[in-house]
Structures are given as C-alpha cells and as structure tokens.
Write a protein of this length. Structure first.
Length: 316
C-alpha cells in the first residue's frame, strides 16, 4: 500500500499541475474528435471563414468557460456594482489589485483555448482549409496563373489527387500550420517561465513562507466551507422548527452584512503586519473595527500579491 500513499501524496502536492494537464489532454482529445468527425472543409470560397471558425470559435468558448468555472471570477465581481460600493474601486491601489487578479484569472482561463489552438495548428486541418481560401495564399501561390489556380487552391483540402499534383503548395500549408503551432507553444512556455520568475522575484515573502501561505489558504478555505455548512444548517433548523412549531426563535448570532463585506474585499499583504487572508486580518483587528484594519485597507503604498494571486502564479 506504500505505492498508493505515495501516489496520493504526489497528486496532492501537484494537484494544480495535474489539473492543468488533465484540462489540456481533454482539450486535445476534443480537438482531434472535432477534426476527424465534425470538420468538413467546404472547398469553395468559404474555406477561410469555415476554417478559422473551427480554429478560433471553440477557443473563445473555452476561454469564456474558463472564466465561468473560476470561483475567483465571481468573488471579484459579486456586488461590485451595487450602490453601496460605487466608490470601492475609486482608489488607484484597489483598481491595480483588481487588474492584477484579472490578469492572473485570464492566464488560467487561457490554458484550454491555447491548447486547442496549438493542437489544431499541429494537426493542420483547420489551417489548411482556412489558408486555401485566403487572398494572401492566392497571391502567393497563384500569382500570374489565372483563376484556374485559385479554384484549384480552394479544392486542395478535399482532393488528394490535386494535392499530389501540386505537393509543394500542399506541404507548404502543412508546414506553415505546424511551424506556427510550435512557435505558439514555445512562446507560451517562455512567457509562463518569465512571468513566474518575475512574480517570484517580486514576492513580498520568502519561498518557505509562500509555501506556508498556500497551505494556510487551503486549510482556511476547507474549514470555512465546513463551518459555513454547519452554521447554515443550524440556522435553517432553528428557522424551520420555529415555523412549524409556532415558537419564538432563540438568539442566534450570524455575521452581519458589514462583516461579510470586510472579509470579502481584496487583500493586500503588508509586511509590517503580516496576515494571510482577510479573515486572519479581520479576527486580529477586533473584528475589523480597529483603526489598523481601516488604515491598512487604504494603504496604497504597499501593493503586494494577494493570496489568490500567489496561488495562481505558483500553479502556472
């Protein structure tokens, strides 16, 4: 059973990387299914629109799904346009933190779309269809050759005999697609490496403290979920019993709207008074009522990484 424990520990310690890997594999498999089963190039003047639709439209849908399934998206947006909070993003520091989180969420949401585009380019089917209807390719391959060449170029993705007769052009389209695909993959890996290095260099905490921060954030989230379910269950039971038994409710404390708002705002790490979350800061500053809570919440000179941002960048 030791191997099982080791496998479980490996999955736990690398769950973020494994999650991205699974998403990428599922996306690649979906692209292959679409390419072999659904995609049928029309081989006419609509080649370019049809090919790029299969190349880009699914990627855009995957990008939207990436934002929709990310809890941080809704945490960042919920209540931000309510009348009580119309001044919440008026400060430059708050907007900077908001944009920082938005960039990190976009980076996470781009994993599946970029995987789709890269795999599709390496497969070359979508690009060949789109490129065969491109005016740029027509001017490149059919210069001074008349309209017959353009019609042949349209039919190339559907006619193997024709593609064999003009194999140089056909191989050129495949080569272009695969070259763009590898350049895209290399560019993504380079950007990820550079951004990770920069974020780590600018981190307000050391390597081991960052690991502790990530562990604390995970455990706090797990305990919050458990306590929230217990608290909600007790409140629901009290209200339901009072309704059916026609009795007066017993006193029951639940956090106020102001308390919920205090722990839901964006958190900025301050090395002078290091807290690891808004809940940690809230309970350490007299339930958010001390002057320290308000002053640190408005401190625009110390702009560090929020805990969600650290976790996101570390995962990348």
């Amino acid at each position: 059973m030791d191997w099982l424990h080791k496998a479980v520990d490996f999955c736990i310690h690398h769950q973020t990387t494994l999650g991205y890997s699974i998403v990428s594999l599922l996306t690649a498999a979906s692209e292959r299914i679409f390419s072999s089963v659904v995609f049928k190039c029309p081989c006419n003047s609509g080649n370019m629109l049809y090919g790029f639709s299969f190349l880009l439209a699914p990627a855009f849908i995957l990008l939207l799904l990436g934002f929709m399934v990310n809890d941080r998206t809704w945490r960042l947006l919920t209540g931000k346009c309510s009348p009580e909070k119309h001044l919440q993003c008026s400060s430059r520091g708050t907007c900077a933190r908001f944009c920082q989180l938005l960039v990190l969420m976009t980076a996470k949401a781009l994993v599946a779309p970029l995987t789709w585009i890269a795999v599709a380019l390496l497969g070359a089917d979508f690009y060949e269809c789109a490129a065969s209807g491109s005016s740029l390719m027509q001017s490149l391959f059919c210069k001074d050759k008349g309209t017959d060449c353009q019609k042949q170029l349209f039919k190339m993705p559907c006619d193997k005999e024709l593609s064999a007769n003009i194999s140089s052009e056909w191989l050129s389209l495949q080569a272009q697609s695969q070259l763009i695909g590898w350049l895209l993959i290399a560019s993504i890996m380079t950007v990820v490496l550079i951004s990770t290095c920069v974020s780590r260099c600018c981190s307000p905490v050391s390597y081991l403290q960052l690991k502790f921060w990530k562990i604390y954030s995970k455990k706090e989230h797990e305990l919050f979920e458990i306590k929230a379910k217990e608290h909600a269950t007790e409140l629901a039971e009290r209200n339901t019993n009072c309704f059916f038994e026609a009795t007066d409710p017993a006193p029951f404390y639940t956090p106020s709207n102001e308390d919920w708002q205090k722990i839901s705002i964006l958190y900025t790490f301050n090395s002078q008074a290091q807290y690891y979350s808004m809940i940690h800061k809230y309970v350490s500053t007299n339930r958010g009522n001390s002057a320290r809570f308000k002053e640190e919440g408005q401190d625009l000179t110390v702009l560090a990484f929020v805990d969600e941002a650290q976790a996101s960048v570390s995962g990348l």
